[in-house]
Ligand binder design. Structure first.
Ligand code: 13P
Length: 338
């Protein structure tokens, strides 16, 4: 347990956050193609290579989440990705769920799969060097959704995954994502997120997961993307901290938020606003995917000549978010303000 707790604390170390670069082959291929890059194992490898070899990344990034394909690939002229990350002082992580699938009898809801054979996969990932893992449960807000059954199924799977991870000596990132899709209010997001987190922690405790050795990766409390008037950063921060304080035990070392479709600078401003509310029982940081890498992917466009510009773009967003995690971000750090 000491090692698990140490790894969990390292992932949420002061002024550092996590880079989520674990898109499935399908999702990554779509994002590459949308950026004008043909999708194949080599372009997916080259893209992840430029991300993890970004100079100075270790100053702001504690861990990188990879997918199964990348974990088995190597950086150009170098070691496999897990060892390349470790050599830079960055913890390698692995996404172990196999995706959200329709939940039987519950139209519009999903349950995340991947528990069958997970013990064996985790022991292989541990041998390959993975220090932590990720599993994402997805909760959709609609007029009649989520149902208690949908929330319970996802919480149960998250807890079984987390228990198996700890058995293998791997820190589980527990990610129950309440989606931003929809026109709902911030109050509705708060209510659904509260119910979801209460159910998740009840399951984690019931299944004997040591809370000192997990990292929670939730959504921030925001209004739906389609909601007319978007709340201010101060409103998002107050609602987010309120929900977390009511649901997340103090034994959890850190909360690393997903970006969930927030534009990159908005995700940074929200993280900064969270720190303005003063010290909390847990570290509050980022585990962003799109909000960290979108500008880098747009700069790269699959051209080796653009690797430097892409790495600069990633390093910049990583630095801004690390500053926000430490409560030291301001708009002056953005080039547009210069
Ligand atoms: P986003 O920050 O793009 O939401 O991705 C985080 C993640 O890991 C989703 O599972």
């Amino acid at each position: 347990m000491d090692t698990l707790a140490q790894t969990a604390r390292a992932l949420v170390a002061p002024g550092k956050g996590i880079l989520a670069a674990d898109e499935s082959i399908g999702t990554m291929s779509k994002r590459l193609e949308a950026a004008g890059v043909p999708a194949n194992p080599e372009t997916r490898r080259a893209y992840r290579d430029l991300l993890v070899t970004t100079p100075g990344l270790t100053e702001s990034i504690s861990g990188v989440i990879l997918c199964d394909e990348t974990l088995r690939q190597s950086v150009a002229g170098g070691p496999p990705f897990p060892q390349a990350c470790a050599a830079r002082g960055i913890l390698p992580g692995i996404k172990v769920d196999t995706g959200a699938k329709p939940l039987a009898g519950r139209p519009g809801e999903t349950v995340t799969e991947g528990l069958d054979g997970l013990r064996e996969r985790l022991s292989e990932y541990a041998r390959m060097g993975a220090a932590f893992a990720k599993w994402r449960g997805v909760i959709t807000i609609a007029e009649q959704l989520p149902t208690p059954a949908g929330v319970a199924a996802n919480a149960h799977a998250l807890a079984r995954y987390a228990a198996l991870c700890q058995e293998a000596g791997i820190v589980p990132i527990v990610e129950p994502e309440v989606l931003m899709d929809g026109e709902h209010t911030i109050e509705r997001c708060a209510a659904v997120s509260t119910e979801t987190l209460q159910t998740v922690f009840a399951q984690l405790i019931e299944q004997g997961v040591a809370l000192e050795g997990v990292v929670l990766k939730p959504n921030m409390i925001v209004a739906g993307k389609g909601h007319g008037e978007q709340p201010s950063a101060e409103e998002v921060a107050a609602a987010t901290v309120g929900v977390m304080r009511r649901t997340v035990p103090a034994a959890v070392p850190g909360i690393a938020f997903l970006s969930g479709g927030q534009p990159p600078t908005v995700a940074t401003v929200h993280l900064q606003a969270l720190q303005q509310l003063g010290p909390q029982p847990w570290a509050l940081t980022f585990s962003y995917g799109r909000a960290l890498v979108d500008p880098a992917l747009a700069a790269w466009r699959g051209d080796a000549g653009n690797v430097g510009a892409a790495q600069d773009a990633l390093a910049h967003r990583a630095r801004c978010n690390a500053a926000a995690a430490a409560g030291r971000y301001s708009r002056e750090l953005e080039p547009a303000a210069a």
